[in-house]
Design a binder for this molecule. Structure first.
Ligand SMILES: *Cc1c(COP(=O)(O)O)cnc(C)c1O
Length: 390
């Protein structure tokens, strides 16, 4: 079943597809052709595995968090330690896959958009590794907020282009990056950082991130001789979550929970919970659940976790929700900060504020998980978040 989605037109049920200007079709077709070819190319798989292992540090451990399990009175909580990867988060899995495609396609330049700067850093990293030029689009507002990541990208040799249009944040940066791609498609590859965007991006990014779930599945079978009861992961665009979920799709007994950012509360209007509180619409080239106002304008998302601060979500999650394969919940900024502290102090692991959303949901609903084996995706490390009040 899981290998049949998306269909040939890039649809997951009614979601996904390709809603782009005519001028982008050529670029997307070229990418899709190369990606389809790479799926059957043994050398591509070999190169990708090599980089994941030797450069990024895979496989990541599936760590039994005994202290946290005891504190929350949950049978067993395992953490999939994506925080231990090079650059400190799961995003490197995807950028390594995409840079290999870019090189195969003979492109000499990478572009990407970034909000908090995490995807920008992961892209600048692989550009440096392969000696490619790299331009990162970033909203002017975000550039001031995320100084450290801007310095990282520059040190890695990338140019950070300040976007001054609109709200000067992520969604405007994405629009500018698309515009650049249309103009420079001959030598330029556009690296999207999550399971969003037009076909073939959502499927492609999912498959690059599915290494998380494949490893977790075989690790838990080895440790417990059985599958977990629950998978829990935070959802921004949804790439770490779908990466964990997808390889378990056919295991009907394994329940999946995606945790969105409720920000200051779902009724405050300041949140990023597109699945729980959004409507169906088109954003950045595909149909999904998005945050929009009455007149169809995209609303600004809010979350204390910069990586969750996106007004859309990958179409595959909208589909999983529709067919009830996964459930989606949300936790507030304040609750996320409790999760942040809880893991730091019980296990000596400082999680990214994004991942802290998933942990915080365990705390909030501990009763539900009492007799369960739970795998939580620890999508990144929290050093970047120390400036937040906690
Ligand atoms: C970017 C990011 C996320 C959110 O992105 P997804 O595509 O939803 O995974 C989550 N955690 C960390 C650490 C991130 O950097």
């Amino acid at each position: 079943m899981k290998d049949r989605i998306p269909d040939k037109t890039g649809h997951f049920g009614i979601f996904g597809g390709r809603f782009v200007p005519e001028t982008l079709i050529y670029a997307l077709d070229e990418l899709e052709k190369e990606y389809t070819k790479s799926k059957k190319d043994k050398n591509f798989a070999k190169d990708f595995d090599y980089l994941l292992r030797e450069y990024a540090g895979r496989p990541t451990p599936l760590y039994l968090a005994k202290n946290l399990s005891r504190v929350l009175k949950i049978k067993k909580i395992y953490l999939k330690r994506e925080d231990l990867l090079h650059t400190g988060a799961h995003k490197i899995n995807n950028t390594l896959g995409q840079v290999l495609l870019a090189v195969k396609m003979g492109k000499s330049r990478l572009i990407a958009e970034t909000g908090a700067g995490q995807h920008g850093v992961a892209t600048a990293t692989v550009a440096a590794l392969f000696g490619l030029k790299c331009d990162i689009y970033m909203g002017e507002e975000d550039i001031t907020r995320q100084g450290l990541n801007v310095m990282r990208m520059k040190l890695l040799g990338a140019r950070v282009i300040s976007v001054k249009s609109g709200t000067r944040t992520l969604k405007d940066a994405m629009t500018e990056a698309l515009r650049d791609w249309v103009t420079n498609v001959r030598n330029t590859y556009y690296v999207i950082g999550t399971v969003a965007g037009p076909r073939p991006y959502p499927e492609m990014v999912r498959n690059f991130q599915a290494v998380i779930g494949r490893e977790a599945r075989s690790q838990i079978l080895k440790k417990e001789k059985r599958l977990p009861d629950y998978l829990v992961a935070c959802v921004g665009g949804g790439s770490n979550a779908i990466g964990l979920f997808h390889p378990f799709f056919d295991d009907a007994k394994v329940k999946m929970i995606g945790v969105e950012a409720a920000g200051l509360g779902l009724y405050s209007g300041k949140h990023s919970a597109s699945l729980e509180a959004g409507g169906v619409g088109v954003l950045h080239g595909s149909k999904s659940k998005i945050l929009e106002d009455e007149s169809g304008q995209i609303k600004n998302a809010h979350s204390i976790a910069a990586g969750l601060d996106y007004p859309g979500v990958g179409p595959e999650h909208a589909y999983y929700r529709e067919i009830k394969r996964a459930v989606y919940v949300s936790v507030t900024d304040k609750e996320a900060l409790e999760g942040f502290k809880l893991l730091s102090q019980s296990e000596g692991i400082i999680p990214a504020l994004e991942s802290a959303h998933a942990l915080s949901y365990l705390k909030k609903s501990a009763r539900q998980f009492k007799d369960s084996i739970v795998i939580v995706c620890l999508s990144g490390r929290g050093d970047k978040d120390l400036h937040e009040p906690h």
